[in-house]
Design a protein around this ligand. Sequence first.
Ligand code: NDP
Length: 400
Amino acid sequence: MSRAMIIGAGGVAGVVINKCCQNSEVFTEIMIASRTKAKCDAFRDKLQPTTKTVISTAQVDADNVEELTALIKDYKPEIVINVALPYQDLHIMDACLAAGVNYLDTANYEPEDTAKFEYSWQWAYRERFEKAGLTAILGCGFDPGVTGVFSAYAMKHEFDEINYIDILDCNGGDHGYPFATNFNPEINIREVSAKGSYIEDGKWVETEPMEIKRVYNFKGVGEKDMYLLHHEELESLALNIKGIKRIRFFMTFGQSYLTHLKCLEDVGMTSIKPIMFEGKEIVPLQFLKAVLPDPASLGPRTVGKTNIGCIFIGKKDGKEKHYYLYNICDHQECYKEVGSQAISYTTGVPAMIGAMMVLTGQWKKAGVYNVEEMDPDPFMDALNKWGLPWEEDFDPVLVD
Ligand code: NDP
């Protein structure tokens, strides 16, 4: 029925590719296009013998808009699924506009030389996508992504207004390394070493990195320390969900991870400022990425579960109501199914579902949208069908 182009061939892309191949009724043809063609070919060689989806591959530098536009025009997909890095977002959106193709990503644009992420750059494309009659879906992984769909679902079915949202991202997985990141190390470390922030009464409140700590007992995982972080969906949810007074994001970290990170920061290894090394300019964080384990290699060794979801406090029929929507995902189950750990899985499955929503016309509106602006119901059904079933709790323990 449809043709899709997947850009990137890393951990998350691997899951998107596997899931598109499982869903060959919708994704009849896919092209995997990335910087390193050998990685694209390896996915094709592994999956083509057992899927009806016809897979092609290509080498592309997604930062070269002209080259990418030519590739898209030649292949003629109906959607481009961007699972490269946030630095590529605007270039891929430009190429989609030039080639007349729909767009979807899982992380908002971030300039390579500034650790700052916000939606303004991508929201600035609204009018151009509207005029072109094309759909762009932003942030369609798990968080952001499913957290936005959960919020839209809670708003539609459970509340008249939502006043407080706490997004809790718990990774109870253990990969056995003293220090490794579960997705791209550069992006991950930029995210967690930045200042924390949350929105209260329409204003951002800034905290020092890891300043706010809470302990929470997660179903399927157990008790974990979690820390308040800045996260991109706070910005869009505060605008799109009616009645928001406060919205926060917490992520769990183990002590070993934090001790290593602190030490790496203290010696300057997490810096994104270029330095000279043996006559060559290098970025310390990029060098660190090169010596850390590749997140795509963590699959076979990671055991345990993730639990990611949202606790909502709001009003229904004049009364205060509490509601928790979450998903529990098992690292080893993911590995058995698609050869990846649960962080890539929980990001890649929603990206495939979001693309399916656009291709089947269920999320087809001209413009640039965050997921919570779309109908959550078909997406929620698809989460249950495609490997990320959700659970509800009408009396959750709240975060103080
Ligand atoms: P990886 O580093 O594993 O993969 C990134 C891929 O993009 C690599 O294959 C890389 O090529 C390719 N790439 C990088 N630059 C270019 C370029 N200029 N042109 C073409 N290809 C390029 O990252 P992950 O798979 O871990 O993460 C992918 C995305 O998912 C990131 O944007 C990340 O922020 C996002 N994410 C979102 C989450 C969510 O819940 N919303 C959670 C986790 C991740 P090469 O193989 O040559 O290095």
